[in-house]
Design a binder for this molecule. Structure first.
Ligand SMILES: CC(C)(COP(=O)(O)OP(=O)(O)OC[C@H]1O[C@@H](n2cnc3c(N)ncnc32)[C@H](O)[C@@H]1OP(=O)(O)O)[C@@H](O)C(=O)NCCC(=O)NCCS
Length: 194
């Protein structure tokens, strides 16, 4: 239970969450360009939307009816990070960001929890992502909130030469936590269209 004490401190007034819609795509592309150096073409965003809108989420500022944070994900298949001989389905957090005016309120926490839950429901046994080795806020979020481990480091992964950490977590380690967060989101009526 102590795992979810933080939920009562989140500042989610005026915020709702929903699955990524076509109408959010332009705003997601804009948020991505505002928040991260890793940017993608329309074709990429559209392709991700077509394939993975059921496992990708946005946070909406209901006063403006605009997305203020997003988490876009993919499903992959490959060797387990904990057992290289075992081929499993894996959830891949492709890109996550919160507009600077909305940070430290819990938006990324909720988006990641909704994303993990959706990817688990599609059969993911592990969730993983890449993160810049200098990105302390994001690394803290993944380690502290989602119990993710650093399972690898790829030298020169980013276009400017920075390394990434590969971080991952097995489903079994976080499924109770995720269930509690998703229950909270539903109890508080924070989901649109569900
Ligand atoms: C990383 C990012 C997505 C976090 O979004 P957010 O909505 O502010 O995150 P949350 O409010 O859910 O934060 C949850 C926890 O993450 C950690 N965290 C978030 N921001 C942090 C910061 N600036 N410094 C240290 N820890 C931080 C804290 O543990 C925080 O819990 P706390 O508020 O109780 O201290 C946001 O800072 C961002 O958009 N950064 C730029 C894009 C980016 O780096 N994306 C990740 C790429 S891998």
């Amino acid at each position: 239970m102590s795992d979810i004490k933080f939920l009562s401190k989140l500042k989610l007034d005026g915020i709702k969450f929903r699955r990524l819609t076509y109408f959010d795509l332009a705003r997601v592309k804009w948020l991505n360009e505002l928040c991260l150096p890793e940017n993608y073409s329309w074709r990429t965003w559209l392709g991700l939307y077509n394939l993975f809108s059921d496992i990708s989420f946005v946070a909406i500022d209901t006063k403006k009816d605009l997305a203020c944070a997003y988490c876009v994900n993919k499903m992959d298949e490959g060797p387990s990070f904990w057992n290289k001989n075992k081929i499993i389905k894996k959830g891949h957090v492709f890109s996550v960001a919160t507009h600077p005016d909305y940070r430290k309120r819990g938006l990324a926490t909720i988006l990641l929890a909704l994303s993990f839950d959706a990817m688990f429901k599609k059969g993911a046994e592990e969730i993983f992502l890449e993160v810049r080795v200098s990105n302390t806020p994001a690394i803290t979020l993944y380690q502290k909130r989602f119990k993710m481990d650093i399972v690898g480091r790829v030298v020169g992964y980013y276009h400017d030469g920075e390394d990434c950490y590969v971080m991952a977590v097995p489903r079994i380690r976080v499924e109770n936590l995720i269930r509690e967060i998703v229950r909270y989101v539903k109890d508080k009526n924070l989901l649109e269209y569900e």
